[in-house]
Design a protein around this ligand. Sequence first.
Ligand code: NAD
Ligand code: DAU
Length: 354
Amino acid sequence: MILVTGGAGFIGSNFVLDWFAQSDETVINLDKLTYAGNLENLATLKNDPRHIFVRGDIGDAQLVGKLLAEHRPRAAVNFAAESHVDRSIHGPGDFIQTNIVGTFHLLEAVRAYWYGLADAEKSGFRFLHVSTDEVYGSLAKDEPAFSETRRYEPNSPYSASKAASDHLVRAYHHTYGLPVLTTNCSNNYGPYHFPEKLIPLMIVNALAGKSLPVYGDGQQIRDWLYVKDHCAAIRCVLTKGKPGEVYNIGGWNEKANLDIVHTVCALLDELCSRADGKSYREQIVFVTDRPGHDRRYAIDARKIERELGWKPLETFETGIRKTVKWYLENQDWVSSVQSGNYRQWVEKNYAGRA
Ligand code: NAD
Ligand code: DAU
């Protein structure tokens, strides 16, 4: 079996669901269920004995140690994190706590467990740490995409905390020999994406007749990867990756934010047109920029393709169409995540923007 942390969040829940579509190997899913964790994402696994859900904190080394001793997993995949840049600007404390201190305690518990394994299990064990392209900082327009050897230059409390966790993971390999793998991925999109992030926020706001807030001039560039391609890449790295190595994962889809919003509007115009016959584009509003906003990210994903044979299956066109359709067909899920807490966050992040 494997241990997955943060498996009730956006990428983690997609990973767990996809895992069982490929394999019957049990997953112990350790998740704190913060605002971003949602067991509704895993509703289809409710009575599935292959899925063992445990509510808890990766920073609780005693709990993690107990789970490892009891279930004896052959691998751990760490998705658990605070993940939203805007929230890290409003309140960095939770990011330091989970992404740095939490990862440290998780690593300590895993190290103690790993030391106690017999030789064969020890050499086969893997700790896969899921990280982000944001640790590399911001690219100028004509600079080459981030490769695995790019220097770290994180610019937000979120990316700085992820960078720190990457360094800890690296150090546990270098110092203790723990067989770690690190993946640095670009922006994901797809089902179960919490509507605080750009794409789901635009879909949800558009359908609710609300404004579509584009930060600054909307010309910031991100690389977009359909979440199921990311999950496949992680499975590939887990199976074939070389301990101690870093793999960048991306979709070869660099897009400006405003183009993303236009694409979402065009799909909604086609699939669920406005009652007044106008385009959803009419709802776009340019608002005050994110402080310290990184201008461009781009991933050079040639290493994982060359060494492990992974490349994305979805184009942006196919992936975004599936995503918009998923949101239209899952309005109950959308309503269930728009709690009082969510509304307070929206008020906090957007009310002060001109
Ligand atoms: P998310 O915010 O949707 O989910 C995070 C999950 O972790 C939630 O279920 C939450 O309850 C859980 N969690 C938070 N703190 C925890 C703790 N202390 N102990 C246990 N569980 C805890 O995040 P996501 O978008 O699914 O991202 C997953 C991972 O992938 C993160 O590490 C993130 O940095 C990384 N990543 C995300 C993207 C992206 O575009 N979303 C891209 C690259 C990398
Ligand atoms: O690059 C990988 C990262 O992608 C992950 O590590 C993060 O966990 C994930 O949240 C994501 O970070 P971003 O900051 O790029 O994602 P977000 O969806 O918040 O924003 C995408 C872009 O859209 C960014 O340039 C900011 C802009 N934006 C975002 C929101 C929420 C807007 O213009 N308006 C908005 O309301």
